[in-house]
Design a protein around this ligand. Structure first.
Ligand SMILES: [Zn+2]
Length: 439
């Protein structure tokens, strides 16, 4: 007999039909398809020649001048504390090694012009001052013009065309470097120490739990600053694409933030769902997952599950905090959530393409959703069946996913590669553990 839960029907032949309780996405997992070979990101790894400083892509340490200027940079000081610098001048770029750095995306999803033309947005006094100071140094001027030239070349302009554009016009194109709202947080290392092959990339799971927490805090500082500098932004989407197959144009660890003047359909759906049933994230997601034995890991601040109803196998991390937005969480709470994310990336491994997506209550919203993070394994392609039916074939049931991840987490814990947490059957989440917005 089918399971009575309409969102999670286990059929006698082993098929699982599941539907996301918030997004309504209908998913089938059919027995045997989970044993189909998954797409491997690296079929034949190629040897690499070690370079110090690293020089494998435009995000590497040797190429600080190939990205737009740095809004902020996080460094490790000689006495092992973290320090944020910035905004930096061109002269300062080579003076320290960046653990993480924050720059405007060269190809913005929502470009500066969108804000200038549609919202009458103007750069803040601080941004204008930084731009003036940056361009006043010959090294700064050279940097900016070179990056603009690179952008023009990448958009298909010939060398002659680029040369014929007056410097004044090029500098105008560079306004986005100082006031744009699509940003990158770029991590330090490209390859693991001592790497010999090009598949030995540093993924988020290869960072220490401590550095990963700093990666989160540095991202959240950028999120706050984007809101502060552009009052027309209603929501900042935060995401990380890992490997080309998951949409990354550069295979060097980085996260992106995009300021938006609307929420987009996913967040709208989530807000509508909590408007009808404020407790839905507890009842339909966390309590349901506990009942179905889908809890993967837990600590004092977050609970991680293998989530039902996604097109791709999806690990989810939910904040237990009363706070609704990343920037309202304490550093300790952020670290707790980051610990589960780092561990899940480590268990996923650096060879699996994945997307990390952040969701949280937008500023000004009366409806409340908890801060949560989805990590989607991009191991299956959507094909004609999905297009024709809107039924998605996910190769792994949430239980299959949990059973793959839990032993990996235990292995990683034994090697001290992840922070302290309860794993699998050690988790005992209490009923309704998410306090989002509860007073
Ligand atoms: Zn690189």
């Amino acid at each position: 007999m089918p399971d009575p839960n309409p969102h999670y029907q286990k059929l006698p032949d082993g098929t699982l039909k599941h539907r996301h309780p918030i997004y309504g996405t209908e998913v089938w997992t059919v027995p045997d398809r989970s044993s189909r070979p998954f797409r491997k990101a690296f079929l034949s790894p190629q040897p690499i020649k070690m370079a110090e400083p690293e020089n494998y892509c435009d995000f590497c340490q040797a190429n600080y001048f190939k990205t737009p200027p740095e809004k902020t940079r996080l460094i490790l000081t000689p006495n092992n504390s973290y320090q944020t610098l910035g905004p930096l001048s061109a002269a300062e770029l080579g003076r320290s090694k960046a653990l993480f750095r924050r720059v405007t995306n060269l190809f913005e999803i929502v470009p500066l012009n969108y804000w200038l033309k549609n919202h009458d947005f103007r750069l803040s006094a601080e941004q204008i001052q930084w731009q003036k100071d940056y361009l006043a140094q010959p090294q700064g001027m050279k940097h900016i013009l070179e990056v603009v030239d690179t952008k023009l070349r990448l958009t298909g302009k010939t060398a002659e065309q680029i040369q014929s554009i007056p410097a004044k016009e090029k500098l105008h194109l560079a306004d986005a470097f100082f006031g744009g709202n699509h940003e990158l947080i770029i991590a330090c290392q490209h390859f693991k120490p001592g790497a010999q092959f090009d598949n030995e990339l540093v993924s988020a799971g290869d960072l220490s739990a401590t550095d990963h927490a700093q990666y989160f805090l540095f991202t959240i500082a950028a999120l706050k600053d984007i809101h502060a500098s552009n009052p027309y932004i209603r929501y900042v989407m935060v995401f990380q694409n890992w490997l080309h197959a998951a949409g990354a144009s550069v295979e060097h660890l980085h996260r992106q933030l995009v300021g938006m003047d609307s929420y987009g359909p996913s967040l709208e759906q989530a807000l509508q769902a909590v408007h009808k049933d404020p407790n839905i994230y507890n009842s339909a997601i966390i309590d349901f997952s506990a009942k179905e034995n889908l809890v993967v890991a837990e600590n004092d601040f977050a609970v991680g599950i293998a989530e039902l109803g996604h097109q791709f196998p999806t690990l989810a991390i939910y904040s237990k905090s009363r706070a609704l937005r990343p920037e309202d969480h304490t550093p300790e709470e952020v670290a707790g959530i980051s610990d589960l994310a780092q561990a899940f990336h480590a268990a996923t491994g650096n060879q699996t393409p994945c997307n990390e997506e952040w969701y949280y209550t937008p500023r000004g919203s009366q409806d409340r959703i908890p801060w949560h993070i989805l990590i989607k394994w991009r191991i299956n392609n959507l094909a004609g069946f999905e297009g024709g039916t809107k039924i998605y074939l996910n190769p792994l049931t949430p239980k299959d996913l949990k059973d793959r991840v839990v032993p990996k987490l235990k292995e990683l814990r034994a090697l001290n590669k992840i922070a302290k947490m309860n794993i699998g059957d050690e988790c005992r989440p209490k009923l309704a553990p998410l306090l989002y917005g509860q007073r």
